[in-house]
Design a protein around this ligand. Structure first.
Ligand code: C2O
Ligand code: CU
Ligand code: CU
Length: 480
């Protein structure tokens, strides 16, 4: 594959276009300024990862995970990458396709791969998180997408229990796009893969014990591996932005003041109609499918501070995530006529109108463990891969109440079967909203409905603050 060479070429372009102070990449958002200020560092135009597209119903590729020299915010550093680039390549496929993916690990710790949100089998050599790939080993994954697979943006990342947060934080992520059967009209489409990272010298910061409890966050917030990149458009142009929150723990609370944003849906869910929004909150793992209509002027895509709770024991509110400026969107030139927003209407199922066959409560908790440690549990237990925590009959329609008794937020993720958001903190959701990660705030609860149809098998649900998952906040489910 010529992938690595192209990707390395991409990095050279990025490094060549980066100017300014090496240390100036961090630009905390001034939360007092509604429009933000342009990032201090000009990292050049936003680049997108290499695209590997299927043809004839098949995509074959090799993903090599390795410690790699990259340039981040103008500094030469070392990160874990897929095929040498940060992020890894975009996999672009269609419903009905097969993906044959050879995973080569050049890491020094066990790993594996998860195709987050894809509705594919969780067993065998498909999206099986119980697979373990030893250092130096190769594993052949094969994913089969149904003809009715939902379109949208998905992503891949490591999922080996115990080190998924560290490997994700260190740079192992990439996007998967499943194309629409009927294209959504837009002037152009962009991928914005948002991730955070931090370095100690030239190496990725190793999280402290406290950071592993709170959920590690990096001081550098990147889009497609760049800090402070720029985008250009003409007034009236309509762009489709697929925004992925690939941060290990950071919530994104996005604003693009001065521009018009319409949310088509979160994750693979598509709203019955686009919703005008000023802010988009994406938990770790979430994706936003956004239409941006360009208005003359310069706007900054910001993520605002978000308080996801904390532990009083550390004597500070350490998880009150700071904001950051993500990129500058400059709209100038001769205006173009705004095309009508024609979004093919999805046939979105609404489980609010259907009779449920069962109900469950899932309880997320944190508590003191022995020896001053902290236990992260689901229904009183830490993760045990040989146990089955939840058995569901194929075809069941269930309502789950996810209760969070802890002082921190826990975004709840279920593999394979999407969840319809019904109620958040006692507030009924007034529109059809399907997601694969739902927010569950501190000392609060979230109600979802799930159709256990289509695929069967054993897989997991967990907190998508991956430090919490690594610490045990994960359960197993089998549908048969
Ligand atoms: Cu994106 Cu089980 O995770
Ligand atoms: Cu997932
Ligand atoms: Cu959590």
């Amino acid at each position: 594959m010529g992938g690595a060479a192209i990707a390395v070429g991409g990095l050279l372009v990025w490094s060549g276009s980066q100017r300014g102070e090496p240390e100036s990449g961090v630009t905390p958002a001034p939360s007092t300024s509604p429009t933000g200020s342009p990032p201090a560092q000009d990292a050049g135009t936003l680049q997108e990862p290499e695209v590997l597209a299927s043809s004839g119903g098949r995509l074959e590729l090799t993903l090599t995970a390795a410690l790699t020299d990259v340039v981040v915010a103008g500094r030469q550093v070392r990160a874990l990458t897929f095929n040498g680039s940060l992020p890894g390549p975009i996999l672009r496929v269609r419903p009905g396709d097969r993906i044959a993916l050879t995973f080569r690990s050049e890491l020094d710790a066990p790993t594996n791969l998860h195709t987050h949100g894809l509705v594919v089998s969780p067993e065998g050599n498909s999206d099986n998180v119980f697979v373990m790939i030893e250092p130096g080993a190769t594993f052949d994954y094969e994913y089969e997408l149904g003809d009715d697979h939902p379109p949208g943006v998905f992503w891949y990342h490591p999922h080996h229990h115990g080190n998924s947060a560290e490997q994700l934080f260190s740079g192992m992520y990439g996007a998967i796009i499943v194309e629409d059967e009927e294209p959504v009209a837009a002037t152009r489409e962009r991928l914005l893969m948002v991730s955070d990272i931090a370095f100690d010298g030239t190496d990725v910061h190793a999280a402290s014990a406290a950071e592993r409890i709170l959920g590690r966050e990096g001081d550098l917030v990147m889009v497609n591996g760049q800090v402070g990149a720029t985008l250009l458009a003409k007034p009236g142009e309509r762009e489709r932005w697929r925004i992925v929150n690939a941060c290990s723990s950071r919530y994104l609370r996005l604003r693009l003041d001065g521009q018009r944003m319409q949310l088509l849906g979160v994750d693979a869910g598509r709203y019955p109609e686009p919703r005008d929004v000023e802010e988009i909150v994406l938990t770790p793992g979430n994706r936003g499918d956004v239409m941006v209509t360009a208005v003359e002027g310069t706007s900054v895509l910001q993520t605002l501070p978000f308080d996801r709770g904390g532990m009083g024991m550390f004597g500070s509110p350490p998880s009150a995530t700071t904001g950051a400026d993500l990129l500058t969107f400059t709209v100038a030139g001769a205006p173009v006529a705004v095309p009508a927003l024609a979004v093919p209407l999805p046939t979105t199922r609404d489980l609010r109108t259907e009779q449920m066959t069962g109900q469950r409560t899932i309880t997320l908790a944190m508590g003191g463990g022995g020896g001053g440690g902290m236990r992260f549990t689901i229904d009183g237990q830490e993760f045990g891969e040989d146990r089955i925590d939840t058995e569901v009959a194929h075809g069941a329609l269930e309502e789950w109440t996810i209760v969070n008794t802890s002082p921190m937020d826990h975004p709840f993720h279920l593999h394979v079967w999407p969840m319809q958001l019904i109620e958040v903190a006692g507030q009924a959701v007034d529109h059809t909203d399907w997601r694969d990660v739902v927010p569950v705030s501190a000392r609060s609860s979230t109600v979802v409905r799930i159709a256990f149809e289509g695929l069967t098998g054993k897989t997991v649900y967990h907190c998508h603050i991956l430090d919490h998952e690594d610490n045990g906040m994960m359960g197993t489910i089998r549908t048969a």
